[in-house]
Design a protein around this ligand. Structure first.
Ligand code: IPM
Ligand code: MG
Length: 355
């Protein structure tokens, strides 16, 4: 199994280093070997080559079975021309690999119930949401786009656009995911205002005809944002477009206690999938051994499950994470009184000890 590793910027390298230790340990336990190769993405790529996504990186990713990504971006590159900002590298690799489906599971581990922001009676109802976010279309990529002057003043423009085939394929991913879960999909749009959302809803309803066993509901995005904090237990799978999915997945993550806990998988039709924590590069704590490596370690678990069909190995990693939390180990973002405060490497040590 060949894995292309993109540590990226900020805390990216620390968390990826720890996640790879876990991968190696679980591989050793089950007699699996993983070959890894590094490539540049984001700010570090800009520094080394002048662009956030060098062609060599795309080639290395395409030649691998899966891609593991840390995080990209930081204040150092904020003032750059938007065309070569680190984030462009991330969007570019998603597009280049055709990764149209972004799976972002937000679960509240019982061990972390005390770190959850919601009222205990809401937490008690449970929280296990899978956000299925469209990742290569919508307003992130729509044309025309513009940043400049018009009629003597500054003018900016982006376009939210979806073709039927883009909606159909992400809807299918959501319905398939729901079949393996509680069988419910909520499609989120803004069909009361946006034309693109009316097309979205119409196509989702039509595709649903092939999944009569799955229950389909619809919410406007503003209502969905509210329902997520009011009663997240009502959700199973949420399927939505690129921008709404970006926003709702951060919200879903944060209410579980910490954005430092949640993994993601970005999948396409045939190319290697990309596995990454949903949090950013956290430049404020970079290089200080403070970052929570669990989201990246859990992304490795998603990689084992989805890319390599290694369910047992994936379960082993997930259980080791739960054990480490059970034993009281906490990085700063999930620290609670009476727990054992650890840094990035020591948290990974705790996971390793449970494999
Ligand atoms: C995410 C991030 C990215 C996005 C940024 C860094 C481009 O927020 O993966 O959610 O908006 O998709
Ligand atoms: Mg985001």
């Amino acid at each position: 199994m060949k894995i292309c590793v993109l540590p990226g910027d900020g805390i990216g390298r620390e968390i990826v280093t720890q996640a790879l230790r876990v991968l190696e340990k679980v591989g050793g336990k089950y007699g699996r070997t993983f070959e890894t190769e590094e490539a540049l993405l984001g700010g570090c790529a800009i520094d080394a080559t002048g662009v956030p996504l060098p062609e060599e990186t795309v080639a290395k990713c395409q030649a691998s079975d899966a891609v593991l990504l840390g995080a990209v971006g930081g204040p150092k590159w904020d003032a750059l021309d938007p065309a070569i900002r680190p984030e462009k590298g991330l969007l570019g690799i998603r597009k280049a690999l055709g990764l149209f489906a972004n799976l972002r599971p937000a679960t509240l581990l019982p061990q972390l119930a005390d770190a959850c922001y919601l009222r205990p009676d809401i937490v008690a109802r449970g929280l296990d949401v899978m956000v299925v976010r469209e990742l290569t279309g919508g307003i992130y990529f729509g044309e025309p786009r513009f940043d400049g002057m018009k009629d003597g003043e500054r003018f900016g423009l982006n376009t939210m656009a979806y073709y039927e085939h883009e909606i159909r394929r992400i809807a299918r991913i959501a319905f398939e995911a729901a079949r393996k879960r509680s069988g419910r999909v909520c499609s989120v749009d803004k069909a009361n205002v946006l034309d693109v959302s009316r097309v979205w809803r119409e196509v989702v309803i039509d595709e649903h005809k092939n999944y009569a066993d799955v229950e389909l509901s619809h919410l406007y995005v503003d209502n969905a944002a509210m329902q997520l904090v009011r009663d997240p237990s009502q959700f199973d799978v949420i399927v939505t477009g690129n921008l709404f999915g970006d926003i709702l997945s951060d919200e879903a993550a944060a209410i579980t206690g910490s954005i430092g806990m949640l993994p993601s998988a970005s999948l396409g039709e045939s190319n290697p999938g990309l596995y990454e924590p949903i949090h950013g590069s956290a430049p404020d704590i970079a290089g200080q051994d403070k970052a929570n490596p669990l989201a990246t370690i859990l992304s490795v678990s998603m990689m084992l499950r989805h890319a390599f069909d290694m369910a047992e190995e994936a379960d082993c990693v997930e259980n080791a994470v739960k054990q480490a939390l059970e034993q009281g180990y906490r990085t700063g973002d999930i620290m609670q009184p009476g727990r054992k405060a650890v840094g990035c490497a020591a948290m990974a040590d705790a996971v390793l000890a449970n494999i």
